[in-house]
Design a protein around this ligand. Structure first.
Ligand code: TXA
Ligand code: MG
Length: 305
């Protein structure tokens, strides 16, 4: 940050985007809306700027960042694209898909972005404000979710302030995000096979075999609301804040009519509300393990761990 401890919230219009671009050019930190969750952006080609992301989040330095680009043309400067990888980018970008690919040896990026790995995570986001911002600068943006490490991911500007107020320069406020869950991450291996490292809004690959932690950030405990979470509950105890789904009613509901896309979009807002509530514990209704329900249950298990 540029020596101040006030975090400005600026609407994501043309002026806000121009201001965000100036802050990023000078190495500052801006929380930006994407179609998944808010990201904490810094220029990915600057060691100092990238170091500020790790410091503001309290993120362990072994956990690499996603590099956000305008599209395939820019991405090809940073990673080796096999024909399989190129086909995935063409099919799903811009959108909530992150590709883990071999990092090009001549990639002009901060070393800390990839935390010493030979691979790099790349994504072309679809959110209009983020796309306008990426178009306004001439460098890619490193951006993890805009929350303190281990805490619930942010789907609106208030969520960002809840954990990063005073630690970053600006929030570009584009309202609530649409998908509400972080991007699907897949690695494209040398043999062309595709391995899912993190379930997300897009269902495109089968689960990785085995239980190894493939994406270093996929630790068991994550998205933690700071109090115990009980899953698969149909009847809450008196001291539990209940998050409902479908026929199971609660203090709030993921989706009263059992719609999984709506549940994904509302998951983090419900967890933020549960974290703020006076109840010492949280209960969550069962969510079916189908479609985006897999990603919702993945996040819920980590919130409960
Ligand atoms: O939707 C999203 O993906 C959001 C928005 C802001 O784009 N970003 C996001 O970033 O969720 P983050 O840092 O919270 O999660 C990125 C994940 C981490 O689990 C990290 O370990 C993994 O991506 N990752 C990054 N680079 C990797 C690599 N080279 N190999 C394997 N995993 C990687
Ligand atoms: Mg995160």
């Amino acid at each position: 940050m540029s020596g101040k401890n006030v975090t400005e919230v600026v609407p994501a219009g043309p002026e806000g985007i121009a201001k965000a671009a100036r802050i990023l050019e000078s190495g500052g930190l801006v929380a930006v809306p994407t179609e998944t969750v808010y990201g904490l952006a810094a220029r990915a080609d600057s060691d100092e700027a990238v170091a500020r992301i790790y410091a503001a989040k309290g993120r362990p330095d072994f956990n690499p960042l996603i590099v956000h680009v305008t599209g395939l043309a820019q991405a090809e400067a940073y990673a080796e694209f096999s024909s399989e990888a190129r086909a995935l980018a063409q099919a799903y970008w811009p959108g909530p898909l992150t590709l883990v690919l071999p990092r090009r040896t001549d990639a002009a990026l901060a070393e800390a972005v990839t935390a010493g790995l030979p691979t790099i995570a790349l994504r072309a986001p679809a959110h209009p404000a983020m796309r306008a911002l990426l178009g306004a600068v001439d460098f890619p943006l490193a951006a993890p979710s805009a929350n303190r490490s281990g805490f619930i991911s942010p789907t609106c500007a208030d969520h960002v302030l809840a954990s990063l107020d005073g630690r970053i320069d600006m929030v570009l406020d584009g309202g609530a995000t649409m998908a509400g869950l972080e991007s699907t991450i897949v690695a494209v291996r040398a043999d062309g096979s595709v391995e899912e490292l993190r379930p997300g809004p897009l269902q495109i690959a089968s689960r990785a075999a085995g239980g190894a932690i493939e994406a270093p950030g996929q630790l068991a405990s994550h998205y933690a609301p700071g109090k115990p979470v009980r899953l698969g509950v149909t009847l809450a105890d008196k001291d539990e804040f209940m998050i409902g789904f479908g026929p199971v009613v609660g203090d709030v509901t993921l989706s009263a009519h059992g719609d999984l896309d709506e549940a994904a979009a509302r998951l983090y807002a419900c967890l933020h509300e549960a974290a703020r509530a006076h109840h010492p514990r949280i209960a969550v209704a069962p969510v079916p393990e189908e479609g985006v329900g897999r990603a919702i249950n993945d996040r819920l298990r980590r919130a409960a761990a």
